[in-house]
Design a protein around this ligand. Structure first.
Ligand code: MN
Length: 734
C-alpha cells in the first residue's frame, strides 16, 4: 500500500531523544536494540528482510507515541522469548523483571488463537476481554497493537489465506481495542488495511469514489477554510485549521450499515479546528453558528460530556458555501492528542526529577484502574449511560465476575470468578464433565477444585465409566455444572433403587418357594399391593425395596400374603362391631386406627414404642388395642388379632417413655458422663440405675427417659455410644 521507508535503530533513538534525555534510559534503548539484533541474527521475515526491521519499526512507532523507555525497550525485545528461546529469567537477569514480564505477557497473548466468525463458539467480545485481561498492563496492549500494525503494513508477503485470517482478526479484535483505548490513528489504519485485504473490490470502489470527487471537494474545503480563518482572525482567536478526510473503512461502514449512498454521507467534507482553550472552542462554535446555518440535531458537545474513551471535542454540521454540508470539529491541542493517541496520550512518558519509584508505582496503578474501566469495547458507542454506571458494570463484568480460560486448541471459555476445572469440563461437554478424573492447567496437574485464572490453558483428563462425585457440588460455581451433577446423581440413585427392588423381589420369591407356595401366584402386583399398607409402604416398589434393605421382614410379608384371607375376615368382624368412619385420632396417645373410631388404645409396656417407630396394634380381650413396635418379640407369633395403627402426625408435643440399657467397661465418672450426654440431647431423665459386674468389670446402666420421637431417641443413642468405654447401647424390650 503506502510506500514507506523503514526506520533504523538510529531513527528510534533520535525520535526518543525528543522527549527522553536521561542517559541511562537512552543506554537502555541501545542495549535492547543490540540485544534484539544479536538474538534475531539470521532470522528473516517473509518479505526477505532481516527480522530486526520488524522490531525497529515497532520500537519506532512506540517512540512516536511518546512511550517510556521501558516500553520501547520491550518493543525491541517483544519476540525474543518466542523466537529466540530466551527465557523469562534470563531476560529478567539481562534487563529487568519489569521488561521480562512485559515481553512474557506479549508472548502469551500471541498464543490466543483466532478462530474467526465461522466458528460457532467464537465471540469477538470474549476474545477482546481475554486479550485485555491477559495483558493486565496497558503497555502490553500498546506493544501488541503496534506489533499488529506493523504486521498489517507488511501483510502483502503472506499467503492470501493468512491475509484474510489476520485481517479479520485485526478488524474483530485489534481495531476495536484501539478504538476503546481512543487511539484513533492506529484504529483507522488497522481498519483500512483490514478492509483492503478482506474486501478489495469495495475498497477500490470507495477509493475511486473519493478520488473522483477529490478536486471538487478539495476546492470546497479550501474555500471554507479561508472564510472561517478570516472570521476567527478578525476576532483574535488563536487556532489551527485543516481539512480532513474520513478513512475509507468508516465510509464503507456507514454506507453498509446505514444503507446510505456515497453522496449522502454528510461528513465527507470535514474541517477540524484546533485552538488553545476550552473557552475558545465554544467561542469558535458561536462564530460559526452565527455565520452558517447549523443542521439541527447534529451538534454534539463531547467537551461537556466526554466519550467513554475520554474523547473530547465539539462536533457540529453546518451548511456552508454553495449549500455544501460540512462537519466541523473543534477542540484544544490537548483534546486532539487524546483523540489521536487515546490512552497513549495519558500514558505518555514524562521525565522529571521529582519522580520516585513509589509515586511512579502509584501513577501506574491509577492508570491501570482507569484502563481497566475502559477495558471492554461495547457496541454501543452512544454516551447515554452515566460514566460511573458504565464503569461499575465493566469492572464487575471483566475483572470480578469472569475469568477467561482456554482449551488447548485456543477456544476461549468464560466462567464466573472462582470457577474450577469441573465447571470448565461441563462447559465443554456434559460427557467431559461426567467422566472428568483430572485437570491439567498450564501443563501441571491440579486438583479438580482449583480456582481457574484468566489466561489458564485447561485440559480435562477423562475416564470412561466414571461418574461425578457428590463432593463436586461443594465447589462448582456454575449452575450448569451443578444441575448436570445433580441430575446424574439422581439418575444413579433411581437405578440403584431399581436394582434393590429386583433384589427384594428375589428374596420374597425365594421365601414363598421355601414355604411351599406358588411364588408366581402370590407375587402378583395386585396381591402384593393389597398388603402394602400393613408394612407402611404405599406400593409394590416400596415394599420390595423395603425387603431388600431389610426394613421389612420377608417372612412377615409371606405370612400376610398367604394368610390374607383369614386376617381380612378378622378385621372385618372387628370392624362390624366398631364404628366404621373416617380416621380418628386418639389425641392422648398420638395414634390413629384408619377407618375406626373410638377404640381404646394404649402403648404396650413391653417395647414402649415412641413416635416414629414402626408400630402395630394388638387387639386384647379386655384392654382395647395395645400398640407395639413391629419387632416386639411378644407379638411375633400372633398372626390374628393384629390391626393396623398409625401415628397421628398432628401430635408432636407428646412425650413418650423409653428405656435404654447401656453396657460399658466400668470406670470412674462413667455414670456422670452418660447422664451429661443424655441431658445434652435434651432428653428428660426419669430414673437411672447402675449395677456393676465385678468379675467382668462391666457396668450395666438402665435409663428411663421421656422424649418426643424416634429421631431424638436415635440421636441420643448415637451420642451415648460415643461415650468412652461404652460397649453397647440398646432399647430395652421384654
Ligand atoms: Mn512481532
Amino acid at each position: 500500500m503506502s510506500d514507506y521507508k523503514n526506520p533504523g535503530i538510529d531513527d528510534v533513538i533520535r525520535e526518543a531523544k525528543q522527549y527522553i534525555h536521561n542517559p541511562e534510559s537512552l543506554a537502555l534503548l541501545e542495549k535492547a536494540a543490540n540485544y534484539a539484533s544479536e538474538h534475531h541474527a539470521g532470522q528473516f521475515r517473509r518479505s526477505g528482510e532481516p527480522y530486526i526491521i520488524h522490531l525497529t519499526n515497532v520500537a519506532y512507532i512506540l517512540a512516536t507515541m511518546r512511550c517510556g523507555p521501558v516500553t520501547i525497550a520491550a518493543g525491541f525485545l517483544h519476540d525474543v522469548i518466542e523466537d529466540c528461546g530466551v527465557t523469562h529469567d534470563q531476560l529478567a537477569a539481562d534487563f529487568s523483571e519489569e521488561i521480562a514480564e512485559l515481553v512474557e505477557a506479549v508472548t502469551k497473548i500471541g498464543t490466543l488463537e483466532y478462530k474467526g466468525k465461522d466458528d460457532p463458539e467464537y465471540q469477538a467480545a470474549n476474545h477482546r476481554k481475554i486479550f485485555i485481561a491477559m495483558a493486565k498492563d496497558i503497555r502490553v496492549i500498546l506493544i501488541k497493537l503496534v506489533d499488529r500494525l506493523h504486521n498489517m503494513r507488511t501483510l502483502q508477503y503472506q499467503s492470501e489465506k493468512s491475509q484474510k485470517r489476520i485481517a479479520a482478526e485485526t478488524l474483530d479484535i485489534y481495531a476495536p481495542i484501539a478504538h476503546r483505548l481512543g487511539i484513533s490513528s492506529i484504529k483507522n489504519e488497522l481498519e483500512d488495511l483490514s478492509f483492503y485485504y478482506l474486501n478489495r473490490e469495495e475498497y477500490y470502489h470507495i477509493a475511486k469514489l473519493v478520488e473522483t470527487k477529490k478536486t471538487e471537494r478539495d476546492e470546497a474545503v479550501k474555500k471554507m477554510i479561508e472564510d472561517i480563518s478570516a472570521m476567527l482572525e478578525a476576532n483574535h482567536i488563536e487556532f489551527r485549521i485543516f481539512g480532513r478526510s474520513k478513512h475509507l473503512y468508516s465510509i464503507y461502514r456507514k454506507m453498509a450499515t446505514k444503507h446510505k449512498r456515497f453522496d449522502e454521507i454528510l461528513d465527507l467534507l470535514a474541517i477540524r479546528i484546533i485552538t488553545k482553550t476550552e473557552l475558545n472552542c465554544y467561542e469558535i462554535l458561536g462564530y460559526i453558528h452565527a455565520a452558517y446555518r447549523p443542521i439541527p440535531g447534529r451538534l454534539k458537545d463531547y467537551i461537556a460530556v466526554p466519550k467513554t474513551n475520554m474523547y473530547q471535542s465539539i462536533h457540529t454540521t453546518i451548511i456552508g458555501n454553495d449549500s455544501k454540508i460540512f462537519e466541523v470539529q473543534i477542540r484544544t491541542e490537548e483534546m486532539d492528542q487524546v483523540a489521536e493517541r487515546g490512552i497513549a496520550a495519558h500514558w505518555r512518558y514524562k521525565e522529571g526529577t521529582q519522580y520516585d519509584a513509589k509515586t511512579e508505582q502509584k501513577e501506574i496503578e491509577d492508570k491501570l484502574s482507569w484502563f481497566k474501566n475502559f477495558a471492554v469495547y461495547t457496541e454501543d458507542e452512544s454516551n447515554t449511560a452515566s460514566a460511573s454506571e458504565y464503569m461499575a458494570t465493566l469492572q464487575h463484568d471483566v475483572f470480578e465476575a469472569n475469568v477467561y480460560v482456554m482449551t488447548p486448541m485456543g477456544r476461549v471459555i468464560d466462567l464466573p470468578n472462582g470457577a474450577t476445572p469441573i465447571d470448565f469440563a461441563y462447559r465443554i461437554h456434559t460427557d467431559v464433565g461426567h467422566t472428568a478424573v483430572g485437570a491439567i492447567v498450564n501443563n501441571a496437574m491440579v486438583p479438580l477444585n482449583t480456582a481457574l485464572h484468566t489466561g489458564d490453558v485447561v485440559q480435562i483428563k477423562t475416564m470412561k465409566g466414571t461418574g461425578p462425585s457428590e463432593d463436586w457440588l461443594k465447589f462448582v460455581k456454575t449452575n450448569q455444572a451443578r444441575n448436570k451433577i445433580k441430575n446424574y446423581l439422581q439418575k444413579k440413585e433411581t437405578e440403584k433403587r431399581q436394582e434393590r427392588v429386583g433384589e427384594g423381589e428375589r428374596i420374597l420369591h425365594d421365601e414363598l418357594r421355601r414355604r411351599g407356595f406358588d411364588a408366581k401366584e402370590y407375587m402378583e402386583k395386585k396381591k402384593i399391593e393389597s398388603v402394602c399398607r400393613e408394612f407402611h409402604v404405599s406400593n409394590y416398589t416400596e415394599l420390595m425395596y423395603g425387603i431388600a434393605v431389610k426394613s421389612i421382614n420377608p417372612t412377615s410379608v409371606c405370612e400376610k400374603l398367604t394368610n390374607q384371607k383369614k386376617s381380612v375376615s378378622e378385621d372385618e368382624a372387628l370392624s362390624r362391631v366398631l364404628n366404621k368412619e373416617a380416621p380418628r385420632r386418639n389425641s392422648k396417645l398420638g395414634l390413629i386406627i384408619p377407618g375406626i373410631e373410638s377404640m381404646r388404645m394404649s402403648i404396650a409396656h413391653c417395647c414402649l414404642p415412641v413416635y416414629g417407630d414402626d408400630i402395630i396394634g394388638f387387639i386384647t380381650k379386655n384392654d382395647g388395642v395395645k400398640v407395639h413396635r413391629t419387632d416386639c418379640p411378644n407379638i411375633q407369633n400372633s398372626k390374628s388379632r393384629i390391626i393396623h395403627v398409625e401415628w397421628d402426625e398432628g401430635e408432636k408435643e407428646r412425650l413418650y417413655d423409653s428405656r435404654i440399657i447401656v453396657l460399658a467397661r466400668d470406670r470412674s465418672f462413667l455414670l456422670t458422663d452418660i447422664v451429661t450426654v443424655v441431658s445434652q440431647c435434651k432428653v428428660a431423665m426419669e430414673s437411672v440405675s447402675a449395677t456393676v459386674n465385678h468379675e467382668s468389670l462391666t457396668a450395666t446402666i438402665k435409663l428411663s427417659v421421656r422424649l418426643h420421637d424416634r429421631e431424638q431417641l436415635e440421636n441420643m443413642l448415637a451420642n451415648v455410644r460415643k461415650v468412652e468405654s461404652v460397649i453397647s447401647v440398646e432399647r430395652k424390650a421384654y
